[in-house]
Design a protein around this ligand. Structure first.
Ligand SMILES: Nc1nc2c(c(=O)[nH]1)N[C@H]1C(S)=C(S)[C@@H](COP(=O)(O)O)O[C@H]1N2
Ligand SMILES: [Mo]
Length: 428
């Protein structure tokens, strides 16, 4: 029997009476109730086939068709009362594949999203370098360029779920993540230009990175990471960064907490130690049960979530063939495997990845099953290339206590009812 803590309640119920569901033998069939209607849709000439349609799109930049009006960023009113220092959430429940379109990718601002023209953009590199320099946007465009897909996850993603199941939707529990293809220049290329790499022993050096907005969002990054894969990006998914994602230039810090991905990047100072700024001391640290805080928790540990079915995506087609789908990622490398459980973690089956996992990028997983129409406790569990296994909520709480906000990467449970409705719950 599983102990299930329903959202905002503490009830104890047993949901699963039968044996574990089988993934074998699932078949896709059109339900007979839909038969007459679907026949008319194929045998009768429909209005859209009897007249000329609109011509090419006259709007200067295309938007999704109105029937997809549900695929939008959303916020949680009590959490985001102030739009300037705010957050909204990616509709991960309604997306598929791995790439997040910029127009619905979550935003997190500490002092609003600034409007900065390319012409007014400057990047200063100073501190322990041979020649401090100032680059324009157009200077940055002249360096050799690369393309990489990376996820950006706010350290506070899932932070509202520490004490109990709270927000009813994958968008709200796990939507502070996006995964985009970035175009830009490795930071090491730019640091080489200011004479840093020639400067000798870089072992104990750091960079302090700052944005042009009022918050400046300053963060310290150890030199080893800065010279490894940190990236100065000016395009995402092929087009210019959106204003809200740091136009015209943002920092990309693969696998590390979103707060370090400085938007509207304006200054990089080479230092001989961390600055210990507000963003890395009073914020983005995790307080343990004994009152001590974890420091420098930069990499986002492996995590996953079932996006469909989920509270905003109930099962509408009844029992039978069911495709379960979700996302998995790790800040320590590529996703190696994702397991799915239908019974709250008692039995696990291996899901399929839509393509081999890529380093610090989101993986899409699918699990096809034959649903018997009984209640389920749906879970997914990510395993990354280091062998790390995503922990249960109980395991995570045992190590971290209940005082944390950031870095909650525990296994998520969705309760699926017989009618296909889905709710955020906890099992223990
Ligand atoms: N300059 C600046 N950079 C910033 C922020 C900010 O407020 N100002 N917010 C940070 C936080 S907390 C996160 S999670 C990510 C979010 O990036 P996004 O808004 O593109 O999703 O940007 C980071 N970079
Ligand atoms: Mo964040």
């Amino acid at each position: 029997m599983s102990k299930v803590n329903k959202r905002n309640t503490q009830t104890r119920r047993s949901f699963l009476r039968g044996a574990a569901l089988s993934s074998a033998g699932a078949v896709v069939a059109v339900s007979s109730t839909a038969k007459e209607q679907s026949e008319a849709l194929i045998t009768e000439a429909q209005s859209w086939a009897q007249e000329l349609a609109d011509g090419v799109d006259v709007t200067p930049y295309g938007l999704p068709i109105e029937h997809e009006g549900d695929v939008i960023r959303r916020n949680v009113p009590w959490l985001t009362a102030d739009a300037v220092s705010s957050v909204n959430f990616t509709p991960i429940h309604a997306l598929d594949g791995t790439i997040t379109p910029q127009g619905c990718a979550f935003e997190r601002h500490h002092s609003g999203a600034i409007d900065l023209k390319k012409e007014d953009y400057r990047l200063m590199i100073n501190g322990l370098v041979d020649k401090p320099m100032i680059f324009t946007y157009f200077d940055l465009e002249r360096f050799p360029r690369e393309n990489h897909v990376y996820f950006c996850e706010c350290a506070a993603n899932t932070g509202m779920e520490w004490a109990g199941a709270q927000l009813n939707g994958a968008q709200f529990t796990h939507g502070m993540i996006h995964n985009m293809e970035y175009t830009g220049v490795p930071l090491r290329t730019i640091l080489n230009e200011v004479g840093l790499i020639a400067a000798g022993d870089l072992k104990d050096k750091w960079v302090f990175v700052e944005g042009a907005d009022a918050s400046s969002n300053g963060r310290s990054i150890p030199m080893e990471k800065a010279l490894d894969d940190v990236f100065v990006a000016f395009k995402a998914n092929g087009e210019a960064l959106r204003k809200e994602h740091g136009y015209p230039v943002r920092l990309v810090v693969p696998g590390w907490e979103g707060n370090m991905w400085v938007k509207w990047l304006r200054r990089i100072e080479v230092t001989d130690g961390p600055v210990e700024s507000r963003e890395e001391t009073s914020k983005y640290t995790d307080t343990l049960s004994d009152g001590r805080s974890r420091k420098w928790t930069w990499a986002m540990d492996a995590k996953s979530v079932v996006t469909n079915p989920s509270p905003q995506m109930p099962i509408k087609h009844g029992s039978g063939s069911l495709l379960i789908s979700g996302l998995a990622w790790s800040g320590h490398g590529a996703i190696k495997r994702v397991d799915v459980s239908l019974d709250g973690g008692k039995n696990w089956r291996i899901a399929s990845l839509s393509k081999p996992g890529e380093k610090m990028a989101v993986s899409r997983f699918y699990f096809h099953t034959d649903w018997d129409g009984e209640e389920m406790l749906l879970q997914s569990r990510a395993i990354d290339e280091t062998g790390y296994v995503q922990p249960t909520k109980t395991q995570l709480r045992a190590v971290r206590g209940l005082n944390s906000i950031y870095h909650n990467n525990c296994i998520q449970t969705w309760h699926v009812g017989k009618n296909g409705s889905v709710e955020n719950v906890e099992v223990s």
